[in-house]
Design a binder for this molecule. Sequence first.
Ligand SMILES: O=c1[nH]c(=O)c2ncn([C@@H]3O[C@H](COP(=O)(O)OP(=O)(O)OP(=O)(O)O)[C@@H](O)[C@H]3O)c2[nH]1
Ligand SMILES: [Mg+2]
Length: 195
Amino acid sequence: MKEIIVATKNPGKAEEFRSFFVKYDIKTVSLLDLIEPVEDIEETGTTFEANAALKAEQIADKMNTPVLADDSGLVVDALDGRPGIFSARYAGEPKDDQANLEKVLHELEGVANRQARFVCVLAVAIPGKETIFKRGVCEGSLISEPKGENGFGYDPIFIPDGYRKTMAQLTADKKNEISHRSNAIMKLEEWIKQL
Ligand SMILES: O=c1[nH]c(=O)c2ncn([C@@H]3O[C@H](COP(=O)(O)OP(=O)(O)OP(=O)(O)O)[C@@H](O)[C@H]3O)c2[nH]1
Ligand SMILES: [Mg+2]
């Protein structure tokens, strides 16, 4: 079976990538699967693209093989686009999904405009070549009480447009059909097929 390295330490993302790529008969190996642990990569960029490139290129250099990375987040209109690239650590260190979600809900108390979107930028770094970028978006709105147990991050407060359930109430298969991540992966299909 062919393999692709995915430069993520987020188990939720790793599982979503696994289930996408298995359809193409490709095995994904995340940074959580490596026997030799790799240091955390500092995400010092100011855009999703820059941070995705940092993750993909550092691991591709280290391992001298093509590497896929995902930088993603929740963009809330009423919060001027926050948490955005700061989504993973919005409530500070250490990374805490529950605290992040509560911070967003607190900031949105009494706010009528609940419009938001998940954004995912994928970077494919291939040694000796220009990095490829693909962006996927999932539009939706935020409710004020978390609902559902599936997924990760802000999924329990995010209702995708056209649905009546939160992303965390949808099945993993359904999320993988409509998410920002699947949207970006579909744009990589040509590259995936030639692997
Ligand atoms: O409810 C959610 N459903 C999703 O599908 C989703 N995708 C991203 N996010 C949020 O955005 C951060 C990414 O930050 P991020 O790209 O730096 O990733 P990360 O730090 O979690 O792992 P890594 O890939 O960097 O190792 C995550 O932690 C989450 O808070 C999501 N929330
Ligand atoms: Mg990160």
